[in-house]
Design a protein around this ligand. Sequence first.
Ligand SMILES: Nc1ncnc2c1ncn2[C@@H]1O[C@H](COP(=O)(O)OP(=O)(O)OP(=O)(O)O)[C@@H](O)[C@H]1O
Ligand SMILES: [Mg+2]
Length: 367
Amino acid sequence: MRSRYKALVTDDDRFIRKLCQFVLEKQGLVVHLAETGQATFQALSDASFDLLLLDIDLPDIDGLTVLEKVTAQYPQISPIMVTGHASLEATIRAQELGAEGFILKPFDDTKLVQMVRRVLDRRQLREDYTQLQTSMQTEKLAALGRLTASLAHEINNPLQALRSGLRLLGRPQLDDAKRQHYVATLAQEVERLITITGQTLDFARPGQAGLESTDLNALLQSTLALVSKQLQQKHIDTDVTLAADLPAVKVVPDHIKQVVINLILNAIDAMSDSGLLTLTTTHLPHKRQVMITVQDTGSGMTPDVISKVFEPFFSTKDTGTGLGLSISYSIIETHGGYIEVESTPDTGTLFSIYLPDSSETEHDEPT
Ligand SMILES: Nc1ncnc2c1ncn2[C@@H]1O[C@H](COP(=O)(O)OP(=O)(O)OP(=O)(O)O)[C@@H](O)[C@H]1O
Ligand SMILES: [Mg+2]
């Protein structure tokens, strides 16, 4: 549990307040206490908090009313309701209003710590996820910037040559030999342009710095945890089968995480309001590879779409940048691997990532 978390404990029972303070401070949290609903609003307007432990039965204002105001005004706070007699309706209402946890009185240290830890862990995951999304977005924008700058610079010369060549070709008294010469020169410039744009498509090659021996099973699980909320919201079930014999491989963990996130987010986008997301890892010793698959039961793709998915800027979504898969492709290629896709419209899509089994390479090489 991180020590920077700040908790506000609201309860009219002095003993409960003190118990919570003692236990949470021992866990490294900074704890403030309030006795009433009014005192809670005051404390929240004076300082910012991450966690609110809120008694449902307060002397001045009903705890649920306090909760409603708090979640509306301070959405960054994770509220945990504390109650002595949880009626089902109150519990459901509290959940609808944004309560992230419940503790039934009487409770002991362990129960309190477990609940607070669960809520804060989930909070941490949400923060990690937001951070990852931001850094992915930054990476995409950086790639876009690089692409635009280099493209503009590189295509300028051949374009100038084309312009002058066309002007020369437009002269009325041009003999055949000269005309052929100009046409050949223009054709060369066009070839140059084609080469330049082809190379530019390779824009998003990340460096190999940061290679670490990585447990891909653990990486997959932690990545999945980051998107658990989206999966839940769209009623998507998950089926995860991880190879027990998967060797640790040398990869840049954040880059592979980014690839898996891209694939999972695409899978989520492809499934409308339910579906199954299947993740697997497999050790392929005979090919000296490890394989990660991400499969969905979503909209699938036509052969025409499949042929374009790895192209930068290809997107069928209103808000898509169309860079997710092209960056993923480059990342996997940089790791010496490759991605394959199989898809059937209205049935679903399977992306398979193959990475070299670097653990075996190490055994083979004399040290
Ligand atoms: N699992 C999938 N099911 C169906 N179509 C997919 C799937 N994954 C990718 N696609 C198609 O490939 C296109 C390109 O995907 P890519 O991830 O590169 O960009 P995007 O998802 O459109 O945008 P961004 O990733 O920037 O949000 C998508 O717009 C979609 O048409
Ligand atoms: Mg995408």
